[in-house]
Design a protein around this ligand. Structure first.
Ligand SMILES: Nc1ncnc2c1ncn2[C@@H]1O[C@H](COP(=O)(O)OP(=O)(O)O)[C@@H](O)[C@H]1O
Ligand SMILES: O=C(O)C1=C[C@@H](OP(=O)(O)O)[C@@H](O)[C@H](O)C1
Length: 285
């Protein structure tokens, strides 16, 4: 019983580490998961190109999806899961959400069951909480990846507050470091909670660019990332922010403005992508 699915990465509008409310937008980088269920009673995970990375998240996603939707008497417990990804791991671009969503959907495909997208998304969030790769559950990132477009969420109860389709050009810069969400300084983030409340209000009003830039300054301050990349982007972009807990930065705005900014961001080490938002979220097949 085989299944395959893919899910996009995302960039940040509001980091949920301050007040558990978050907002994110799907971007055109993606992760593909392939699941084979063989009744072997154990799930073995593999991450393409990263043999030493932690496979607990995708293994737990398969286990939970089989337990929830599989017929265990039909020999579905156990098997293999493999991801292939364009999304750098632990770079603030929601590699974990993309991997979890793709894996849950690939398992549903292998089981030949239809599951409502937000239900599948919440299962991946549960897996992320159980294996400890998240602080709040990151339903903001997971829902943006699952649905496409922008989502605003309350991660305290995995509630979707807003979902909007957007078509933006996006510039991403990923320095050559990693920053695992589970290691983030949550106490420092909580100090900017009153600023995060304002960012949330702006996001709920659809003022995403302003929301992003305020988020960026607040969380660069709280997490100790430089604001220079943001100042290089402003005032010409519509919005710019540290993405997630870093180290990546994302900017949105006119394509030519972003192309000029890319020339500046490219003088630093790392990788830049001039890409777009994704209106279509995670898909089976
Ligand atoms: N392609 C992938 N396949 C399987 N697991 C992945 C993949 N990408 C990320 N993960 C899981 O997510 C963890 C990183 O999550 P996190 O620190 O939140 O980074 P990000 O901001 O990229 O989501 C990794 O340690 C790994 O467990
Ligand atoms: O673990 C979490 O609860 C979160 C991690 C952060 O994202 P990254 O995983 O991209 O750093 C953050 O932006 C998100 O709102 C919540």
């Amino acid at each position: 019983m085989d299944g395959r699915a893919h899910a996009p990465a995302a960039g940040t509008i509001l980091n949920a580490l301050a007040n558990e409310r978050g907002a994110a937008f799907a971007i055109d980088l993606e992760t593909t998961a392939t699941v084979e269920l063989d009744g072997s009673r154990e799930v073995r995970g593999e991450i393409g190109g990263a043999p030493d990375a932690d496979t607990a998240l995708i293994e737990r996603c398969v286990e939970l999806a089989v337990a929830e939707y599989g017929d265990l008497t039909a020999g579905t417990a156990g098997g293999t899961v493999r991801t292939e990804s364009d999304v750098p791991l632990a770079a603030g671009l929601k590699s974990s959400s993309a991997a979890a969503n793709a894996t849950v959907l690939a398992t549903c495909e292998a089981l030949r069951v239809d599951v409502e997208p937000l239900e599948a998304c919440r299962l991946g969030v549960r897996a992320a909480r159980e294996v400890g790769v998240t602080v709040t559950g990151a339903f903001d990132d997971a829902s943006a990846s699952m649905l496409g477009g922008v989502t605003v969420t309350d991660n305290a109860d995995d509630e979707l507050l807003a979902h909007e389709t957007v078509e933006w050009d996006v510039l991403v810069w990923t320095p050559p470091e990693q920053a695992f969400s589970a290691d983030a300084d949550v106490e420092a983030c909580r100090k900017v909670a009153s600023i995060a409340d304002v960012v949330c209000e702006l996001a709920l009003q659809g003022r995403y660019g302003q929301a992003m830039s305020i988020n960026g300054f607040a969380f660069c301050g709280a997490l100790g990332f430089p604001t220079e990349p943001m100042l290089e982007a402003l005032p010409d972009v519509a919005g710019v922010s540290l993405s997630g807990t870093g180290p990546s930065y994302v900017a949105v705005g006119e394509r030519q403005v972003l192309a000029d900014l890319r020339d500046e961001w490219e003088t630093r080490d790392g990788t830049t992508w001039l890409t777009t938002t994704r209106t279509e979220g995670a898909q089976r097949g």
